[in-house]
Design a binder for this molecule. Structure first.
Ligand code: SF4
Length: 258
């Protein structure tokens, strides 16, 4: 409950990311950024790799950010974040920062230029790794709270939509993102100290066409001559889902739907 109170308080006060940016209509990025930053109940520094979020929120001479913010390249976001963390410790040693005030360092990165696979973060024994989606904001907020609480780095892979690139109407953003989860294309789960847990289990997984069919970028796959490709994608999604279920605790507790 205190997490939700923090989220509401931060969203109704000085928002970490305010309006007036130029992210596209229906883009899921601002929903993710606001959910993440408004969940955190301590001072926060944002490290932002190059991408739409960076470009569209910092058009000279304006900014949409109300928190300390650094722009970095695709590949060095984690290195810069660890530098911010080291600077924080150095300032504390010199008594230039209050000893008891912890500062959260949050990296926002995407565009496929900063990370490859959730599995790589797990393989490196990060204490907290999770997969989330913009529209299940309650689940995302809970995962952020856990991530900022761990001792060490945490990684959350969040799916957001891109109406422009994916080819769908902005008004169906939530439907598209829900389809990714309900077809098991994008399962919601977390890995805490190496232990897998499912966060949400669709009652009856939908066929992969429910996800593909909402986006113009996949229109060619639904042509008659490509039916075998869709069947192949379905087999892969099913296999990945079964593998994930086998890794997860036997009694997953479903997240509330948002
Ligand atoms: S191009 Fe896509 S990701 Fe970038 S701002 Fe527009 S909708 Fe969002």
């Amino acid at each position: 409950m205190s997490r939700l109170k923090t989220l509401v308080r931060n969203q109704s006060g000085v928002q970490p990311l305010r309006g007036g940016h130029s992210l596209c209509q229906g883009c899921g990025i601002p929903m993710v950024v606001r959910t993440v930053l408004s969940t955190i109940d301590r001072p926060t520094v944002v490290v932002n790799a190059t991408g739409c979020l960076e470009v569209a929120t910092t058009r000279y001479p304006t900014t949409a950010w109300n928190v300390p913010w650094l722009h970095v390249a695709f590949e060095n976001a984690a290195a810069v974040a660890s530098g911010v963390e080291s600077a924080q410790r150095a300032l504390r040693r010199r008594h230039a920062l209050p000893g008891d005030e912890d500062v959260a360092v949050v990296v926002f990165a995407g565009d496929g230029g900063t990370y490859d696979l959730t599995a790589i973060a797990i393989a490196h024994h990060a204490p907290y790794v999770a997969q989330a989606v913009a529209v299940h904001w309650h689940d995302l907020s809970r995962k952020v709270e856990l991530a900022v609480g761990v001792d060490g780095p945490a990684f959350i892979n969040v799916l957001t939509d891109c109406p422009l690139g994916w080819g769908h109407e902005p008004r169906i953003s939530a439907r598209v993102l829900n389809a990714a989860v309900d077809t098991c294309f994008w399962p919601l789960y977390e890995v805490v100290d190496g232990t897998y847990g499912l966060s949400y289990r669709p009652e009856q997984p939908e066929p992969i066409e429910s996800w593909l069919g909402l986006q113009a970028r996949f229109a060619h796959l639904l042509a008659d001559e490509n039916r075998q490709l869709v069947a192949e994608i379905q087999r892969q999604v099913d296999a990945d889902w079964d593998e994930l279920l086998a890794r997860c605790a036997p009694e997953p507790s479903p997240s509330p739907r948002n």
